[in-house]
Design a protein around this ligand. Structure first.
Ligand code: SF4
Length: 256
């Protein structure tokens, strides 16, 4: 069964809304802790409760500011790039809480990850990031290759015979047409090494929700966009990608 998530557009407000709810939840816990410890803090030093309270308010305001910053960037409005780095740190911290809150509303982890990718892609586009084709690296997972294919393409994708058995051949044709770097990665180490060698200015990754979400955060400050794969045979086995989606993304990312 083709993953239904690929068929429906992930809602961006899902991720942003749950991030804000998680921040509210964390702020409530911090407030509870502050209330509980108030007498003890007062006993140590009379101004300590106010100092600790001020730090907590600053942290909470800063984290709400980071989410608002994402909304500004998504709408193409002026935003603070400095916030972006902290946004990813914040996401790492709050995402598990968002997943738990999402469950209460019947939202699963995959939907949230897909929503994050939609938000991140939109920010990338709205920021007007465009690179020359030879400074773009397209990374795909090994499971996109037909499992029965005898050709070793992870070190050199040119070994692909473009037989039409899987989407690797289609992506090779796109690589020839546009001139971007193309890597079939077996893992993070190979991908990192390739990034080091090629020194791209942007990355287009094709993968599942989980890998795209962590990958986009891992390659930061390198800007990255993601295209979700299709998994008609379950995860990590003979996966596919919609080539017209990849082409559309390439058109947005590459300077023509
Ligand atoms: S398109 Fe390339 S990688 Fe895919 S099955 Fe054919 S030869 Fe193998």
């Amino acid at each position: 069964m083709v993953s239904t998530l690929i068929m429906t557009r992930p809602k961006k407000r899902l991720f942003l809304g749950l991030m804000l709810m998680s921040e509210f939840f964390v702020a409530l816990i911090l407030y509870g802790l502050w209330k509980l410890t108030y007498p003890g803090l007062l006993g140590i030093y009379e101004h300590l409760p106010f100092l600790i309270g001020a730090i907590m308010i600053f942290v909470s305001t800063f984290s709400v500011g980071a989410v608002c910053n994402m909304v500004l960037a998504m709408r193409g409005l002026p935003y603070l790039p400095l916030f972006r780095k902290y946004s990813y740190e914040l996401i790492r911290f709050l995402f598990p809480i968002s997943v738990k809150i999402g469950k209460i509303f019947g939202i699963n982890r995959r939907q949230l990850e897909a929503s994050f990718i939609a938000v991140s892609n939109l920010i990338f586009i709205k920021c007007g990031i465009k690179v020359k084709a030879n400074r773009l690296l397209v990374i795909v997972p090994h499971c996109l290759q037909l499992a029965a294919c005898p050709h070793k393409i992870t070190r050199d994708p040119n070994n692909c015979k473009r037989c039409g058995g899987c989407n690797i051949g289609d992506l090779m044709k796109l690589s020839d047409e546009y001139g971007f770097h193309f890597l079939v990665a077996t893992g993070g180490t190979l991908a990192r090494q390739f990034v080091k060698d090629v020194k791209p200015k942007a990355v287009l990754a094709i993968a599942c929700e989980r890998d795209l979400m962590s990958g986009i955060q891992d390659v930061y400050p390198l800007p990255a966009v993601g295209v979700l794969n299709i998994r008609p045979n379950g995860p990590c086995y003979n996966t596919k990608v919609n080539i017209s989606d990849v082409r559309k993304m390439l058109e947005k990312v590459i300077i023509s």
